[in-house]
Design a protein around this ligand. Structure first.
Ligand code: FDA
Length: 304
């Protein structure tokens, strides 16, 4: 009960426009520096080099979402092109994760389509990959439509499916052959579209992962849940799924020991590395997922 109240509390804070705006001026505060790799791409690249040295690949996320202004959307697209250039210059093993709302989905769908196409094309020149993060359900259909359009022309793009959605498994089947990251889901969704109960979300999560693997489709399993990870490992072994067909992913700053032990056991592993001045909504969603993370925030208030 308390966990649900605190989840809803932090999710509503994550959407507070005034706080999101003010936080851009604060710099990384409230302990966010432990889970956000800096404000500039150059800061983030240094962290990615360390991850690569430890055997982890990375995916970089320039934080920001819910953009309602054409200029901001264009700036985000240009920043994305620049980020791809920087990743290439530094020869780091890192792809890019993007959010369509940041590229203007709520401003003008065609503008957003133009922006995401430019990013996917630019990434293709560098033999790099773009992952379209999945946002709230209000943007779900538009995201899948845009992904399917892109996939007709480019193979260096994929997306994310969420197991809290009732339709998650159906969409996994529809997207056989497309590289997918599969997650539990981070937003507050209505019971008409989403499971509310952990056991159902977990069950669907495993089924979706197993289905995509059995469809011989590249699968990124993004979770900090050691039980799910153990189940996936034994499923893959029993079904002779080669390790090149999947990777585990976790967020920067979380379960570092578990991240490293997966690498040491020989699994492909990728850390999701967020950076940028728009850290507030991302950080509040992490607090919503795991109230224990609030200790980050409390400690952060007392340190620089
Ligand atoms: P969950 O929070 O369900 O925890 C399960 C159990 O794992 C806990 O009870 C605990 O035992 C253990 N555990 C979890 N965190 C721990 C910690 N920090 N320390 C110790 N034990 C811990 N969502 C979305 O909607 N769209 C997206 O595009 C993405 N993208 C994405 C990328 C990556 C790389 C990750 C890891 C996650 C996402 N997510 C996401 C977020 C995702 O949907 C989900 O909200 C979070 O990952 C939380 O769920 P988990 O499966 O990690 O564990």
């Amino acid at each position: 009960m308390m966990q649900k109240v605190s989840r809803n509390f932090f999710l509503s804070l994550s959407k507070n426009k005034l706080l999101n705006k003010s936080a851009k001026r604060w710099g990384l505060k409230l302990g966010a520096a432990k889970v956000v790799a800096g404000v500039t791409v150059e800061d983030a690249v240094e962290k990615i080099k360390d991850l690569n040295d430890s055997g982890r690949m990375a995916t970089l996320d320039h934080l920001g979402e819910f953009v309602f202004d054409k200029q901001e959307a264009e700036d985000a697209m240009k920043a994305g092109l620049h980020t791809l250039d920087v990743l290439h210059e530094h020869r780091v093993h890192c792809n890019l994760s993007v959010k369509l709302t940041k590229l203007g989905l709520d401003v003008d769908e065609d503008l957003c389509r133009k922006h995401i196409t430019m990013l996917v094309e630019h990434a293709a020149k560098y033999d790099n990959f773009i992952r379209i993060d999945m946002e709230d359900y209000a943007h779900y259909d538009q995201t899948l439509v845009m992904l399917n359009e892109l996939r007709k022309k480019y193979d260096n793009v994929g997306t994310v499916l969420q197991s809290y959605l009732h339709r998650g498994l159906e969409d996994v089947e529809q997207l056989a052959g497309t590289p997918l990251r599969i997650v539990k889901g981070a937003y507050k969704e209505s019971p008409t579209v989403a499971y509310q109960n952990k056991a159902e979300i977990d069950r669907n999560f495993l089924t979706m992962i197993q289905t995509h693997l059995l469809n011989e489709s590249y699968t990124a399993i993004a979770t900090h849940d050691h039980n799910i990870i153990a189940d996936v490992k034994s499923f893959a072994e029993k079904n002779h799924i080669p390790r090149e067909m999947y990777e585990f992913q976790m967020l920067y700053g979380f379960r570092n020991d578990l991240q490293q032990s997966l690498v040491d056991e020989g699994y492909r592993f990728r850390t999701y590395v967020p950076f940028g001045k728009d850290w507030y909504g991302y950080f509040m969603r992490r607090l919503a997922e795991r109230p224990q993370n609030v200790t980050f925030a409390v400690r952060g208030m007392f340190s620089k």
